[in-house]
Design a protein around this ligand. Structure first.
Ligand SMILES: [Zn+2]
Length: 376
């Protein structure tokens, strides 16, 4: 295991690309940030708008673009930018979590976004299958998000194809922002489905567990053929905008009424994050970040801090202290409610979670697990 010399990114992240000098892809991308011709990227975006407006298919629904949203900070920024700066007629699509998983804060934020003047298509999957698929994701992959992420990404292109909407707008290109694969190193998001997270939209593990394709309509990503035939273009908006980053997006969204974490849900040591305006709609994700650290040695805090180091908000030295304190932290109350939700005991939880701990990354020192190569 190596840590990027410039930020706190480890080379254990799936698909990560370090160069010979031990620098991660997002840092290398950021080195050239000042040399990027932003005007040229804006022209590309203008051409895209012309292309959208010339599409005959948009006459059928009247929408130019579809944006998958959770209601968080990036959702707010994408929707406002597409409508107010690009002049697009936008349909938002939100795959809502079942009531037991969705936080009140998450519901308020989606409501706030819609209240800013958007049409929104809300899909609420049946809670029981949703929950069981999460349980399979957790027990088989140590990742309860496996099924939910596939559904979150698959639902919007489905709606776009159905309603003849020519453009779909994602936020950041994951390859450029945090180093996992996103299908391209530019603004083209049409290959997003083949990212490590989505794995081509593969749902075979769930079918093997006895679920039928018809139980998983919203999890089934449209085929490449269907996307191609519908002429649907997908972009990473973040690629085209200079200040599309966590800090700016957080600020803009808060100005537009985003509700951040408050009270005990904002205690950084409990949530393993550096900010209080991230992952607002769901607290189980904190559990997932902890287990992710068992597998790969890094959590949400170090990922956020790496972005802040690149943006010059914090030095690497200062960030190290914060990351050591916060990375992978998850208050017991979130684990407790997660176990109650998917129907396992806390004992079972720890047994499963620990079975995914990588011995390439961790060693036992007395009773304590320690990283073999500590963040340094
Ligand atoms: Zn780096």
């Amino acid at each position: 295991m190596r840590w990027c010399k410039k930020c706190l990114e480890p080379d254990t992240r799936p698909d990560c690309r370090f160069n010979d000098e031990g620098i991660c892809l997002p840092c290398r991308n950021f080195e050239n940030f000042d040399k990027i011709d932003w005007d040229a990227r804006h022209r590309e975006l203008d051409e895209l708008v012309d292309w959208v407006k010339s599409r005959k298919q948009r006459r059928q629904s009247g929408y130019d673009a579809i944006i998958p949203v959770s209601g968080g900070k990036d959702s707010h920024c994408q929707a406002l930018y597409a409508r107010d700066k690009m002049g697009l007629r936008v349909l938002l699509v939100s795959l809502s979590y079942p009531p037991e998983q969705l936080t009140q804060r998450g519901a308020n934020n989606l409501e706030n976004l819609i209240s800013l003047g958007f049409d929104c298509f809300v899909i609420s999957p049946a809670p029981e299958i949703w929950r069981q698929l999460m349980k399979i994701g957790f027990t088989k992959f140590g990742n309860w998000c496996k099924s939910t992420e596939i559904a979150l990404y698959a639902c919007a292109p489905k709606v776009a194809v159905q309603y003849h909407i020519p453009l779909m707008i994602y936020g950041e290109n994951p390859a450029l922002s945090w180093g996992s694969s996103g299908g391209s190193l530019n603004g083209d998001a049409n290959r997003m489905k083949y990212s490590n997270t989505l794995d081509g939209g593969d749902i075979s593990a769930f079918l093997e567990a006895g679920y039928r394709p018809k139980d998983m309509y919203w999890h089934r990503y449209p085929s490449d053929k269907v996307i191609e035939r519908s002429n649907l273009r997908m972009i990473y908006l973040g690629y085209y905008i200079k200040d599309f980053d966590d800090i700016n997006n957080g600020r803009i969204a808060l100005e537009h009424g985003l509700e951040p974490r408050t009270g005990e849900d904002a205690i950084l040591e409990d949530i393993g994050q550096v900010t209080t305006y991230d992952a607002l709609d769901d607290d189980f994700v904190i559990v997932n970040q902890m287990v992710k650290r068992f597998k790969f040695g890094f959590g949400k805090a170090s990922e956020q801090l790496s972005g802040m180091i690149r943006a010059g908000e914090i030095t690497r030295e200062e960030a190290l202290d914060v990351a050591r304190r916060l990375d992978g932290k998850c208050a017991p109350r979130y684990i407790k409610s997660f176990c109650a939700y998917i129907g396992i005991s806390e004992e079972e939880f720890w047994e499963i979670a620990e079975s995914f701990r990588s011995l390439d990354v961790w060693k036992k020192q007395g009773n304590e697990w320690q990283l073999k190569v500590p963040m340094e």
